[in-house]
Design a protein around this ligand. Structure first.
Ligand SMILES: [Mg+2]
Length: 311
C-alpha cells in the first residue's frame, strides 16, 4: 500500500488530473491556474456545497468509487431542487497522511464517472493534510437555471399541496450512496406553473418540511399517503421504530419535496408527471393549513424528529 504522504503534492495533482481525464478541462477552464474560469452565461448562477466525511457520511462498507459518486450526487441533488443544471465543481480534500493512494484513485474514478454522466466539469481543487484517520472531501458545485425561474423554498400558502418523489426511509441500507439525483425531474418541475416551492430531502421530511413552511402555516400530512420504502420496512423489523418513523426521519433520501399551488389542476399535474416520469412515484402527502392546530387525523410531525446535524 502506498500513502498520499509518500506521493507528495505535485505528483498527486498530476495523478488526479489523469484520473479525471476529459472531465477536467484544459487551463484556464480547468486545473492549473490560480482560479478556474467559468465562461459567462445569461442565466441565474447557482452555487452549493456539501462534504463527505469518513465516519459521518460513509464508512468502510462503502466502496471508494461510491464515496466519490456520493460527494457529487449530494450536491447535484441541491441543484435539482432549484430546477437547475450543474456546470462545474471544485473539490477540497483533507486527508490523513496514511490515506491509501489506491483508495483515492477509486474515489476519483467514481467522482469522474458521475461528473461525466451529468456533464459536470471538475475545474479545480485543493489538498491539505488532515489528522490521522481523517478523510474529508468538500465539493462546491456551480450550476445555472434552466428556464425563466429557479424554484426556491419560499412561498407556500394555506391550502397548497405537498408532494414528494420516490420512496422514503431506510437509506442506510444503500440508498444513501446509490441514489440518482432528481435532475430531470427538478428541471421539469421548474417549468411547471403549478409548482410554488421545492427542496430536496436530506434530513428526513419531518425536519425538512419546516424549511418550506411559511410562518403561520402548518403542514398537515396524511400518514397513509407517505411513500414508505421497502428498505424502511425491512429496517423497522430490526429496530424498535416503525417503518413510518424511518420514512419521516432517516434522511439522505435525496428526493424532491414539492409545494403545488392550491388552485392548480392537480389531476392534470399528476397525469403530466406520470407521462413524463412513468417510473418515478409522485405522492401527494398533505397540504398546508393556517393556524397552529392540527387537523383531526393529521400526522403529528413534532413527535418525529429528523436527523439533527451537530447533535
Ligand atoms: Mg438541499
Amino acid at each position: 500500500m502506498q500513502s498520499v504522504a509518500a506521493y507528495g503534492e505535485l505528483r498527486l495533482i498530476t495523478e488526479i488530473k489523469r484520473w479525471l481525464g476529459n472531465v477536467s478541462p484544459k487551463t484556464p477552464f480547468g486545473i492549473g491556474d490560480d482560479c478556474a474560469v467559468i465562461p459567462p452565461t445569461k442565466r441565474h448562477q447557482l452555487v452549493t456545497t456539501d462534504p463527505v466525511i469518513y465516519g459521518q457520511h460513509f464508512d468502510d462498507t462503502v466502496r471508494p468509487q461510491d464515496v466519490g459518486a456520493k460527494l457529487l450526487k449530494r450536491n447535484l441533488s441541491d441543484i435539482a431542487a432549484m430546477g437547475g443544471r450543474p456546470v462545474a465543481a471544485v473539490i477540497s480534500l483533507a486527508l490523513a497522511p496514511e490515506t491509501d493512494i489506491a483508495w483515492l484513485k477509486k474515489f476519483y474514478l467514481g467522482l469522474a464517472a458521475t461528473a461525466r454522466a451529468h456533464h459536470v466539469r471538475i475545474v479545480g481543487g485543493d489538498i491539505t493534510q488532515g489528522p490521522a484517520g481523517f478523510i474529508g472531501a468538500f465539493l462546491t458545485l456551480h450550476g445555472e437555471s434552466t428556464g425563466k425561474r429557479v424554484i426556491t423554498r419560499t412561498g407556500a400558502s394555506a391550502g397548497d399541496h405537498i408532494y414528494v418523489t420516490g420512496n422514503l426511509g431506510g437509506s442506510l441500507a444503500g440508498h444513501h450512496y446509490n441514489f440518482a439525483p432528481r435532475l430531470a425531474e427538478g428541471r421539469w418541475l421548474a417549468g411547471r406553473s403549478e409548482v410554488r416551492a421545492m427542496m430536496d430531502v436530506s434530513d428526513g421530511i419531518a425536519k425538512d418540511l419546516d424549511s418550506l413552511t411559511t410562518r403561520g402555516l402548518k403542514a398537515s400530512l396524511n400518514a397513509a399517503t407517505i411513500p414508505v420504502s421497502r428498505a424502511a420496512q425491512l429496517l423497522a423489523k430490526k429496530t424498535q421504530r416503525t417503518a413510518l418513523e424511518h420514512a419521516l426521519c432517516d434522511g439522505e433520501d435525496f428526493e424532491l419535496l414539492i409545494v403545488v399551488r392550491q388552485r392548480a389542476d392537480i389531476s392534470r399535474f399528476e397525469r403530466a408527471w406520470k407521462k413524463r416520469f412513468p417510473r418515478v412515484p409522485l405522492s401527494r402527502i398533505g397540504h398546508f393549513v393556517s393556524g397552529k392546530k392540527l387537523l383531526t387525523g393529521a400526522l403529528n410531525l413534532s413527535a418525529y424528529r429528523g436527523y439533527e446535524h451537530l447533535r
